[in-house]
Every structure is written in C-alpha cells, then in structure tokens.
Design a protein around this ligand. Structure first.
Ligand code: FAD
Length: 377
C-alpha cells in the first residue's frame, strides 16, 4: 500500500483504532494507522519489564464485559485466562476488601459476624438519607454513611482528582458497588478475563492484515496535510488538540507510574492495594496476580495522580460549555470532511475497554451508512 492508496486513515492504535482497522480491513478497505507513541495498543499496552516480568505500562487494565458477542470477536485474537481482580484498601494500617463487602463491614465496625440482613440494617442506620445526591460526597454518604466515606473514599478521591468529592459528579464515586455478600471481586461483570499472552499480543494479531499499514511515532499533525483518505478519517486523539486548542484546553487528570522490581515472587496479597489515608500514590499494583506469569521476581507499580500534559481521566468538573463548543465543530467536521471522532480522547469521556472495543467495532458500519455509501472498493 502506498500513501496515496488509503481508504481509511485512523489516528491512534488504541482499542478503538485497532478494532476499527481490523473491521475495515476485513471489509476490503485499505487502512493506514498513524500512532504518535512508539507502540500499538494505546493505554492497554503491556510490555516485558527489565527483569522479565510483564507489566501494564499505563495502569492496570482489567478486562471485563457482559457482552458475549464482543468476547467472541476478541477471542479470534487471543485465548483468555481468568481475571483475578481482587483489590484491597489499606485503612489505619489494616487491609480491607474493596469494594466494601460483609467482611469489610465486620472488620471495620469490629463485629464478629454479620449476615446480609444485619449488614443491610447496619448500613441503613449509617446512611445519610438523600433521594437526589448532587455530587460524589452526597452520593457516598447516602450509601454508606460518614465513617466509611471518610475511611475509604474521601482521601482517595482527594488524591486521585485533587478535588473534593463535593466538587465531583455523583457518578465519579458511584461506579463502585457496595456488597452485602462476601464477593471480593472488584467488579460484577459476567466475564472477567485477561488475554493469555497479554494485550499487546492481542492487538498485534488484530492488526496483522495485508490491508493495514501502521506508522508509529507519527503524530497526526505531521501527516494531516499530506494524506487524503478516500473514504474517511477516524480520529482517536484529543478533541481540543485537533482544533489546535482554539477555545482553550480541555482539562485532564494525569498519572505518573513508578515501577519497582522486587526479588520475591510476590510482595502483596492481591493485584491492587488502595491507599486512601497514606502516601502520595493512590494504589500499588502487582499485575503478576492477574497475568499468572510464573517468575521468581516481581514488579510493583506505584501510581501518582498528577497535573500534567498526558491525558488520562477527563475531569467531571469540566465546563460543559467548553466541551459542547468543540463537539459542535466535530459534528460539522464529520459532515464536511468525513472525519469521525471516536474513543476516550476524542469524545472527552472515560470509557472502559469493552466500550472502546465496541466503538471500534461499530464505527465502520456507521461510516458506511452515514458518510460514504457510494465509495467502496
Ligand atoms: C489508568 C487507567 C486504567 C484503566 N484501567 C482500565 C481497566 O481496568 N479496565 C477497563 O476496561 N478500562 C480501563 N481503562 C480504560 C481504557 O484505557 C480505555 O477504555 C481505552 O484505552 C480506550 O481506548 P481508546 O482507543 O479510546 O484510547 P487509547 O487507548 O488511549 O488510544 C488512543 C491512541 O491514540 C494515540 N494518539 C493520540 N493523539 C494522537 C495524535 N495526534 N496522533 C497520533 N496518535 C495519537 C495515543 O497515543 C493512543 O495510543 C483505564 C484507563 C486508565 C487511564
């Protein structure tokens, strides 16, 4: 494929871009992906660390979904192992299961045994009733009351967002379940799995197609005036950057990761430990617990939320007017120049991997229907 022979240009080789590329290639379109990093797989990227242990470079990625069709599709590119996603929170020097469950409640309130019914009464007595919680603080108080809120949520949220939970939408803390059973899994999804050989291998197999060409270390800005795709551009980069920040920057919370090797097989009891009330990092992650890798050494990553350039989490407090001004431009771009904005950066929206894969899966059909019914190979 030469550069003048491109049907679909995809910006970003992450979850959305890679699935979109595979779908398009499978339908016969010639696809070029430009990726500004030196690797594919976006934030799902995993790599072998200096001591031989597989790590998740951009934070732990726990694949979970309820969508069987998506799972069947991804299974063309990987086998799976069970996702052993167990998280504990360290509060006052003790480890508690997190999300809060019966064991957390027993340990925290020093009660020797709680059945689900008694735990329900206990929480009902602790709750600060609020039919319409307006922010994350009100939401958590209305679910678990003041003591659990202060112990498990307040400090963590302050560190993570550098904002008080009062300033954050209810949904920010509302994603985490509270359980009246002993289920210790981090999430409730039907399928909780990890690609057997890692994410990067899964993406490599997905992108192995004669109709797909990938240029890494190639920012869109470098090629945008040279390349003219025949059918469409799928842009998965930051929305404000596309428009050269003409209305100002959309704010993001960033992260810094520190990886430390340890000459032991494991150093913590589960994959993730949260630290709501100590340290400047929010969590430590020992991903070996879920990759299942057998290795005499381990690697622990320390995750520090920071202000910074690298976009990780969109801020729920962001001025909605600013986003909608950019969105308005984006919708015109789609009609006039056949540029489709997709994924977490382009939509300024936190999405889990399964949502991202699904966006990639459906976007080609959408492009065919909406924009380029007449242009086919
Ligand atoms: C710390 C963290 C932990 C997470 N953990 C989980 C989890 O446990 N489970 C889960 O389901 N989801 C998790 N997610 C969400 C998951 O990372 C996203 O759902 C997924 O990465 C979104 O895919 P994407 O393709 O939209 O974006 P990305 O994966 O970010 O891919 C976008 C790509 O575009 C490239 N790019 C951007 N701008 C340009 C440009 N101008 N030119 C060229 N290339 C460009 C980027 O370099 C990047 O590779 C987590 C996210 C974060 C931040």
């Amino acid at each position: 494929m030469n550069h003048s022979d491109i049907d679909i240009l995809i910006v970003g080789a992450g979850a959305v871009g890679s699935v979109a590329a595979e779908r398009a290639a499978d339908k016969g379109y010639k696809v070029l992906i430009v990726e500004r990093r030196n690797h594919i797989a976006g934030n799902c990227f995993d790599e072998v660390f200096e001591n031989g242990v597989l790590v998740h470079k951009y934070g732990p990625h726990y694949f979970r979904t309820n969508d069987e069709d998506l799972l069947n599709y991804l299974s063309k590119f990987t086998d799976w192992i069970p996702g052993n996603y167990i998280v504990k929170s360290r509060v006052n020097g003790c480890l508690y299961p997190f999300p809060i469950n019966l064991t957390t409640l027993e340990k925290f309130f020093r009660i020797s045994y709680l059945n689900p019914e008694d735990a329900g009464h206990l929480l009902a007595a602790k709750r600060i009733k609020n039919q319409d919680p307006k922010n994350s603080e009100e939401f958590v108080l209305s679910r678990v009351g003041d003591e659990l809120y202060k112990a498990f949520y307040l400090g963590y949220t302050l560190k993570q967002w550098n904002r008080h939970p009062k300033e954050l939408d209810a949904g920010v803390c509302g994603r985490i379940p509270v359980r009246l059973n002993r289920d210790e899994r981090y999430v409730d999804h039907k399928y909780q799995l990890m690609p057997k050989d890692g994410y990067t291998k899964m993406f490599e197999r997905m992108l192995e197609h004669d109709n797909i060409k990938i240029l890494v270390e190639t920012p869109y800005q470098k090629i945008k005036d040279i390349l003219r795709p025949r059918v469409a551009t799928i842009y998965c980069g930051p929305l404000d950057e596309y428009y050269e920040f003409c209305f100002g920057k959309l704010p993001w919370r960033s992260l810094k990761f520190e990886f430390k090797t340890e000459k032991k097989e494991f150093v913590q009891p589960c994959v993730q430990i949260n630290y709501p009330d100590e340290h400047s990092y929010t969590r430590t992650v020992e991903i070996k617990h879920v990759t299942g890798q057998v290795h005499p050494e381990t690697v622990v990553s320390y995750e520090y939320p920071v202000e910074g350039e690298e976009p990780y989490y969109p801020l729920a407090t962001c001025d909605k007017e600013l986003i909608s001004r950019y969105e308005h431009l984006a919708s015109k771009e789609m009609l006039q120049k056949k540029v489709f904005f997709s994924g977490r950066l382009a939509r300024y929206k936190y999405i889990d991997m399964d949502e991202a894969f699904n966006e990639g899966f459906h976007i080609i059909d959408h492009i065919e229907k909406e924009a380029c019914k007449s242009v086919r190979l």
